[in-house]
Design a protein around this ligand. Structure first.
Ligand SMILES: [Fe+2]
Ligand SMILES: [Fe+2]
Length: 472
């Protein structure tokens, strides 16, 4: 279904056909805009940004680029098309038609899942709100704003579900999504990684690489939900999410490339002396963002995850492509966990291991980008390899949170870990160095900050020196 842009709230859910819902969302809209103006990208209200806006929810609906002032971005409600024959693919309700309404007994469970997902969307916009001041180029500035606008739209996607299907509770939750704020001591965001700061562009690229990728895996398993409107929302969100991970992967790639180019040109290992971000510092940021993102998947063995699956509210990654019975009552799965202060491999019921399985899928996906980054290092003839940290490293959630583990998976005493921490995670000094390279924003078309290479190609076939943002 095409998206109706004649409406105050663009949508493909026939909002005009439900006056009450339409009015409720039209009441929420100015509150959202207030939030954007107060907590969104700082000092940008008048910028014209070359943005992509969806004009339909099918694969071709994305080719629409143009200059937009961000507060005028057409945030709206877009669900992927409905398959009238869709059945639930797994769990106790396997084979039954997907639900078009919320089953009474699943109401609070579904609401919690939607609120938890919804909370991450505005959180990341808040985390990134000052980055525009130090953008390494107009190209990067535009990509940041594209990500921010789409996270705003993801918030809309979840708020629509809350308003449309959860009555008064849902409306209250929608209000709360604008009242919690990232890092707020009194009303923080729900999940830890979304209360961390994103103070510099290396952090931003690592965040979009690792934390947006967690989003991809959460959305992909919610896209399997038996609650069809949630599944269809998430399917559409996944299209947008792909761009965020592209920004992360290519951003880190360009930093690595620039560092290697400078080291090679000047025949030195001292990248900092050249004004570049040294590879060991990149590794430390990687360790940090990977480990906090791993926490987002929750406990290794989880009865909650088992219940979600059995009830049909949250499936596995690419559920329908997996070849098994999709019920899993007799299946087992091997997970790494702890016992007596050691890391051990255990066979547990597959239903309980669903978080860990998703984390496994995620880590395999994470590894792919590192292959490309390492290729750039290798091609420069530099003896260094970026590595994913062991999954037990620096964890605050799950069985490993009680252990002290090195990035290569060695269990050690707290004292030993502390002695080495500065080699593994960014220190105050590392962060100060990276910050010292940031800004002021590079605003001349085609120019890039010293510490990052230009992109291989521009956005939508535009050249690198295109005026992606006009400041007015
Ligand atoms: Fe998102
Ligand atoms: Fe995202």
């Amino acid at each position: 279904m095409a998206i109706d842009y004649s409406q105050l709230i663009p949508n493909n859910v026939d909002l005009a056909g439900d006056r009450r819902l339409q009015r409720a969302l039209e009441n929420w809209q100015p509150r959202f805009l207030d939030w954007w103006k107060g907590m969104g990208p700082d000092g940008t209200l008048n910028f014209d940004v070359y943005l992509r806006t969806a004009i339909s929810a099918d694969a071709n609906g994305w080719a629409n680029f143009g200059y937009v002032k961000m507060p005028d971005y057409r945030w709206g409600i877009f669900l992927a098309g409905r398959d009238p024959n869709r059945v639930i693919a797994y769990g106790d309700n396997k084979g039954k038609p997907a639900w078009q309404e919320v089953p009474g007994e699943l109401r609070s469970t579904l609401r919690r899942l939607i609120v938890t997902q919804g909370d991450t969307e505005p959180a990341s916009v808040e985390q990134q709100r000052l980055l525009g001041k130090t953008a390494p180029s107009l190209y990067d500035l535009r990509n940041l704003f594209q990500v921010n606008c789409e996270e705003g739209r993801h918030l809309w996607a979840m708020v629509y579900l809350l308003h449309a299907y959860f009555g008064r509770d849902g409306r209250e939750e929608a209000e709360m999504l604008l009242e919690r704020h990232s890092g707020d001591p009194d009303k923080p965001r729900i999940l830890g990684a979304f209360n961390e700061q994103t103070p510099d562009w290396l952090s931003f690229f690592m965040f979009t690489y690792f934390t947006d990728r967690d989003g991809k895996y959460q959305l992909a398993s919610l896209a399997e939900s038996g609650f069809d409107p949630l599944a269809r929302s998430c399917r559409f969100m996944l299209i947008e999410e792909a761009h965020h991970m592209f920004v992360g992967e290519s951003g880190v790639q360009r930093i690595v490339q620039r560092t290697c180019d400078l080291m090679k040109e000047h025949k030195t290992d001292d990248a900092r002396a050249l004004g570049a971000i040294d590879l060991p510092t990149i590794q430390k940021y990687l360790n940090f963002h990977c480990s906090v993102s791993l926490d987002l998947f929750g406990q290794e063995a989880s009865t909650n995850a088992a219940n979600y699956y059995t009830m049909g509210v949250k499936g596995r990654y690419l559920e329908t492509r997996i070849e098994d019975d999709h019920v899993l009552t007799d299946a087992t799965f091997d997970i790494d966990t702890t016992e007596g202060g050691r890391i051990v491999r255990k066979t547990v019921p597959a239903l309980q291991a669903l978080n860990e399985r998703l984390r496994q899928d995620y880590l395999e996906d994470c590894a792919r980008g590192l292959l490309r980054w390492n290729k750039a290092i290798e091609q420069a003839g530099i003896d260094f390899e970026l590595k994913l940290p062991h999954r037990a490293f620096h964890r605050r959630i799950g069985a490993f949170s009680e252990l002290h583990v090195s990035p290569d998976g060695k269990v050690m005493s707290e004292a030993d870990w502390k002695v080495n921490e500065s080699k593994w995670l960014p220190t105050g000094e590392d962060r100060a160095y990276v910050t010292s390279l940031m800004g002021p924003a590079v605003v001349e078309p085609g120019k890039f900050a010293h510490w990052i290479a230009p992109p291989a190609r521009g956005i939508n076939g535009q050249p690198a020196d295109f005026e992606y943002v006009r400041f007015n």
